[in-house]
Design a protein around this ligand. Structure first.
Ligand SMILES: C[S@@+](CC[C@H](N)C(=O)[O-])C[C@H]1O[C@@H](n2cnc3c(N)ncnc32)[C@H](O)[C@@H]1O
Length: 219
C-alpha cells in the first residue's frame, strides 16, 4: 500500500510541476521578446555571437509578423537559421502557422530546441535545402537576404555548407520564380534584400527601418 501512496504522491508532484512550468513560461516568455539579448540567451555563445549580423532582431520580427500573420495562413521563413523570426512570430500570432527551412543541421537543431523551450505548437522547422521544398504549401513569405554569404565571404556563418556565386544565382532565381508563380494577394517581407530579388508584380506597401525592411503584396 505504501508503495502506491508514494507513486501517487510523486505523480501529483510531477503534474503540479508541469502546470507550474507552463504558468512560469506564460509569465516569463513575453520578457524574452523585449530585447535581443534576452531572446539570444536561448542559444549557446557561438550562436549568440552571430546574432547581430545573421538573425532577425526581435523588433523587426514583430513588425514583419504583424504584416504576414493572416488568420489560418501558412508563413514560410526562407532560410530560418536558429528560428528567431518564426519563434517570435509564432508567439504573438497563435492563429497563424510559421514554417522555417534551414540547410545547416546545427542551426536547425538549435531552432528546434528553442521552439520546445518556448513551447509553440504553431511553429515548425524543416531541415533541408529550400530548392527541395514544395512552395504550394505556403501562403506568405519572409526573406532575410539568405544567400548573401555566397557572394560576400566575410559574411559567412560557418564552413558547414558550400558557398559560391553560382549557388547565389541558383537560389535567387529559384525564389524569384516561386514568388512569381504565387497568386495575387501573396504577402512578402524582405529584410536587407534588393528590388532585383523580387518579381515586378509585387508592390511595396511599407518601407521602413532606413528602407531595409520592406513589405510587399502581389497584385
Ligand atoms: C541571414 S540568415 C537568416 C536566419 C533567419 N531567417 C532569421 O531571420 O533569423 C539566412 C539563413 O538561410 C540559410 N540558407 C541559405 N541558403 C539556404 C538554402 N538554399 N536552403 C536552406 N537554407 C538556406 C542559411 O544557412 C542561414 O541560416
Amino acid at each position: 500500500m505504501e508503495i502506491f501512496r508514494l507513486l501517487y504522491t510523486s505523480f501529483k508532484n510531477f503534474n503540479t510541476l508541469r502546470k507550474n512550468r507552463k504558468m512560469l513560461n506564460e509569465i516569463l516568455n513575453p520578457s524574452l521578446f523585449r530585447h535581443d539579448t534576452a531572446f539570444d540567451d536561448l542559444y549557446p555563445k557561438h550562436i549568440r555571437d552571430l546574432s547581430p549580423m545573421h538573425w532577425t532582431p526581435v523588433d523587426i520580427a514583430k513588425k514583419a509578423a504583424a504584416f504576414l500573420a493572416l488568420p489560418n495562413a501558412r508563413v514560410l521563413d526562407i532560410g530560418s537559421g536558429v528560428g528567431k523570426f518564426c519563434i517570435t512570430a509564432g508567439f504573438f500570432h497563435p492563429e497563424t502557422t510559421f514554417y522555417g527551412i534551414e540547410q545547416r543541421s546545427e542551426l536547425f537543431t538549435f531552432a528546434e530546441i528553442a521552439r520546445e523551450e518556448v513551447d509553440l505548437p504553431n511553429v515548425n522547422f524543416i531541415h533541408g535545402n529550400l530548392t527541395e521544398l514544395d512552395f504550394d504549401n505556403y501562403d506568405h513569405f519572409y526573406f532575410y537576404n539568405s544567400f548573401y554569404e555566397n557572394i560576400e565571404p566575410d559574411s559567412r556563418i560557418d564552413y558547414a555548407v558550400r558557398t559560391s556565386f553560382e549557388l547565389y544565382e541558383l537560389y535567387s532565381r529559384f525564389v524569384y520564380k516561386m514568388l512569381d508563380e504565387k497568386p495575387p494577394e501573396t504577402r512578402l517581407v524582405t529584410f536587407h534584400a534588393s528590388y532585383t530579388q523580387v518579381p515586378p508584380a509585387y508592390r511595396v506597401v511599407n518601407n521602413s527601418y532606413s528602407k531595409v525592411l520592406k513589405m510587399w503584396i502581389k497584385e
